[in-house]
Design a protein around this ligand. Structure first.
Ligand code: UDX
Ligand code: UDX
Length: 458
């Protein structure tokens, strides 16, 4: 069978995998191949047990895999045989040298660009899917366009805005698709080719274009704004606890202003995930690079408040539990950085678990999807940690439960039974404000929400 277009994606992660599954699903007339350096990851994509959990992903992959979606480790053949190449390899925060802890580590991206250069026998459109510091495309163009045989490469920026846990619906009905390109004839032609791919299912008015630097910057700024909203509401949650106001009531009143809007105003134990902190630090680094120290400090404070919120959570636990956690059993409900994913990257649960272990508490970690990752995150950390998938069993014999991820299953537990199985007085710290605090208090729990007065039995 011949296909209208042959599309490759390098990097079979949380972004590359679901995005390509959606393109294959919506465009049966295109052949989509996903390659990765990691053979285990590719084997998992080719098996019944996909390497990532994402609602609805199994069904979509099941429909298209082997039809027009293929997973492979053969990067060379992939590059040779495809004309449109998405790159979604990881771009972690640099851990060494200049810009360590702040800017993105671009070694995988550059390595990938050099592979594209080495294995191409024909012109290609190369699309940045990974979130990258502004002007990365320029560097990629310089690497790619150093061939002497006249083969040319067009580099586009097409940031992905999907959120984990809702990746499939975000991909199916995106708020917008952003395509940045050079504003030359060739650049505009490449931009149109990519727009045509998305137009198979996304309304044209939602496909917006810009110059390449605006596109790269828009992704960093979108994530910075989202994270800033969370840090803003979390900062106010600290004030609410002192002033005996209720953060849910404040967020509701503020969010009803149509200029502000109600979304992303849930106070929490802090934001996690692979993007927010990394992208803000990228932005901060960029601002410093251009001598904009005040702007850098402004955005950096979003990360500072996030850490403050997590530390505050520990202080609340300590204060409530008579200033000692040593030898006490504490159950964590949820380890994923948000509900509906098994991903734990930058999860507040990692920080909180480590801090509780420093206080010499014994931990029981529970999560419906993230226990494998949780084990890896806490490997080698001193202290006692058990992993129990069932939330009710996990809480048995514990002095306290700390709810860290807003999984729906935690709303509907048999709390009477849980209360009866815990050491008294039993404490419940709701780091996501999803439980019925009044009811739990009536049952006998001492309840500590975020940004609300605690409900304590004396
Ligand atoms: C990644 C980036 O972290 C993010 O900044 C960007 O917006 C999108 O891509 P994600 O898909 O969540 O996000 O990363 P990850 O799940 O780590 O997947 C990256 C994949 O690339 C991994 O499977 C890794 O094995 C692969 N990879 C990495 C390559 O195939 N080649 C390399 O040289 C490096
Ligand atoms: C984010 C962006 O939403 C997405 O557009 C981008 O492509 C990648 O980064 P993601 O990190 O997957 O997506 O999830 P998101 O829903 O944004 O949540 C991030 C963190 O913020 C989670 O830890 C979540 O629990 C937390 N959060 C979110 C809050 O604490 N309060 C809120 O009101 C919303």
């Amino acid at each position: 069978m011949t296909f209208e277009k042959n599309i490759l994606c390098i990097g079979a992660g949380y972004v590359g995998g679901p995005t390509m599954a959606m393109i294959a699903h919506k465009c049966p007339h295109y052949r989509v191949t996903v390659v990765d350096v990691n053979p285990e990851r590719i084997a998992a994509w080719n098996s019944a047990q996909l390497p990532i959990f994402e609602p609805g992903l199994d069904a979509v992959v099941g429909k298209v895999r082997g039809r027009n979606l293929f997973f492979s480790t053969d990067i060379e053949a992939g590059i040779r045989d495809n004309d449109i190449i998405f790159v979604s390899v990881n771009t972690p925060t640099k851990s060494f040298g200049l810009g360590a802890g702040m800017t993105a580590d671009l070694q995988y991206w550059e390595k990938t660009a050099r592979q594209i250069l080495a294995f191409s026998h024909s012109p290609k459109i190369v699309i940045e899917k990974s979130t990258l510091p502004v002007k990365t495309a320029l560097a990629m163009e310089r690497i790619l366009n150093c061939r002497e045989d006249g083969i040319c490469f067009d580099v586009l920026s097409n940031p992905e805005f999907l959120a984990e846990g809702s990746a499939l619906s975000d991909l199916e009905e995106p708020d917008r698709i952003l395509i940045g390109s050079r504003e030359t004839d060739r650049g505009l032609r490449a931009r149109a080719t990519l727009a045509d791919i998305y137009a198979n299912w996304v309304p044209r008015e939602r496909i917006i274009t810009s110059n390449i630097w605006s596109s790269e910057l828009s992704k960093l700024v979108s994530n910075a704004f989202l994270a800033q909203r969370i840090s803003s509401i979390n900062a106010i949650s600290a004030l609410c606890e002192k002033a005996e106001a209720d953060i849910t009531e404040v967020a509701r009143a503020v969010g009803m202003d149509s200029r502000i809007g109600p979304k992303f105003l849930n106070a929490s134990v802090g934001f996690g995930g692979s993007c927010f902190k990394k992208d803000i630090l990228n932005l901060v680094y960029l601002c410093r690079h251009y001598g904009l120290d005040e702007v850098a400090a402004y955005w950096e404070s979003v990360v500072t408040i996030n850490r403050f919120q997590q530390e505050r959570f520990i202080e609340t636990m300590l204060g409530a539990m008579f200033n000692t956690l040593a030898g006490k059993k504490i159950c964590l409900w949820g380890f994923a950085f948000k509900a509906n994913t098994g991903d734990t990257r930058e999860s507040p649960a990692i920080f909180i678990a480590r801090r509780l272990l420093e206080e010499q508490a014994e931990l029981v970690v529970s999560d419906p999807k993230a226990l494998l990752n949780a084990r890896a995150d806490l490997a080698g950390v001193d202290g006692s940690v058990r992993y129990v998938e069932d939330a009710t069993l996990a809480a048995e014999g514990c002095h306290a439960v700390a709810l860290l991820t807003e999984w729906d299953c935690y709303r509907h537990l048999d709390f009477e039974r849980i209360f009866g199985s815990m050491v008294q007085p039993a404490f419940l710290f709701d780091g996501r404000n999803i439980l019925d605090h009044g009811r739990l208090y009536e049952m006998g729990f001492n309840v500590y929400p975020v940004g609300k007065p605690p409900l304590v039995h004396f």
